[in-house]
Design a protein around this ligand. Sequence first.
Ligand code: ADP
Ligand code: MG
Length: 388
Amino acid sequence: MNAILIEQTTGFFAEKFGNEPDKVVLSPGRINIIGEHVDYNDGDVLPAAIDKVICFAFEKNNSQTANIVAVDLNETVTIDLQGEMQLRDAIWTNYFSGVVKYLKESGYELSGFNCVFSSNIPVGSGLSSSAALECGLIFGLQALFGFEISKQDIALMGQKAEHWVGINCGIMDQFASVHGQKNKVIQLDCNTLAYTYHDADFSDYSLVLFDSNVKHSLFTSAYNTRRKECEEGFSILKRNFPELKTYRDCTPDQVETIKEQFSADVYKRVRYVVGEINRVSRACQALDAGNIQLVGQLLFETHDGLSNDYEVSCAELDALVDYAKADEAVIGSRLMGGGFGGCTINLIKKGSEEAVKTKFKALYQAAFDIELKSYDVKISDGTTLYKG
Ligand code: ADP
Ligand code: MG
């Protein structure tokens, strides 16, 4: 699949600029196996890069101008590299101006370049095409101009570019896109950026995402409220157990002991966070032991927590997980990402994928009159220099 994308992108480059590109970069999207809404609560996440990528083709052009072609949108932008970077109406161009801005601010000397890019990552479905865009560009410019930027700094600069665009994201997406390794998940502490890899051979099971195709607008307000509720919850815990440094140190028992001190909502949020941090570490142990059934069960538990305690699900996502619970071929399913829409991540017995997709599509269409899309994903390498 990526071979076709590479051929198309480099072919387009040759057509547009009259020669082959010097550098070709593949920059992947990402999934998160488990660890939702814990990145800002001192927990670990468990993301991985996937086999859906943005392909970039580059060359220097001996000028002070960047010419960038977004093949999928059939749009071209020209950026004067010597001027101040400006936000423009065409959102996608801001990821590029953001990267240029922060490369320059970090002292990297850019000169003119031509860039063509095209992608097979679904946009806006929660697979982080935006992180793939920022980080792939930084990685490509580093290769083109011979900069030496560590993987961690590429991820951090990508995050800054995303903030420049106006999305106040954490570091997980960029980190996973850059650090991904084939058949490995990354256990990442988003605060300290400490990380370890775990083998993720799902053997008899395939990873399939179902795209609910909805995006409920509750997301931002709920996110801000949850953050406040979690802070309040922790301050109550800390008052009772001064030895606690973060949510990471809390046990479910401690939460239960002082249950009456929380408001009903805060209690549920705290119960979710402490439970989820615990599930991430159990999922790592299960992966290490090759116990994929247990990983699946933990995904279902996470979804229940996100839906009932953290209250960031929606009818469409709950229905998709209910279909999964009722189907023997699906051993785990949960909403992936912030909630209120986007995809569910599912572990499906190999050989049953197509039957499950057909069945879920019919059920979802009947219930919501929405077409259900699905994406097969494999855990793959992070940003890669394909040519050059
Ligand atoms: P996602 O979950 O895919 O990261 P975002 O809304 O964060 O969704 O980012 C999507 C944005 O990234 C798009 O609106 C667009 O500006 C940019 N983008 C992603 N992929 C492409 C592409 N192939 N061509 C042009 N722009 C893209
Ligand atoms: Mg994004």
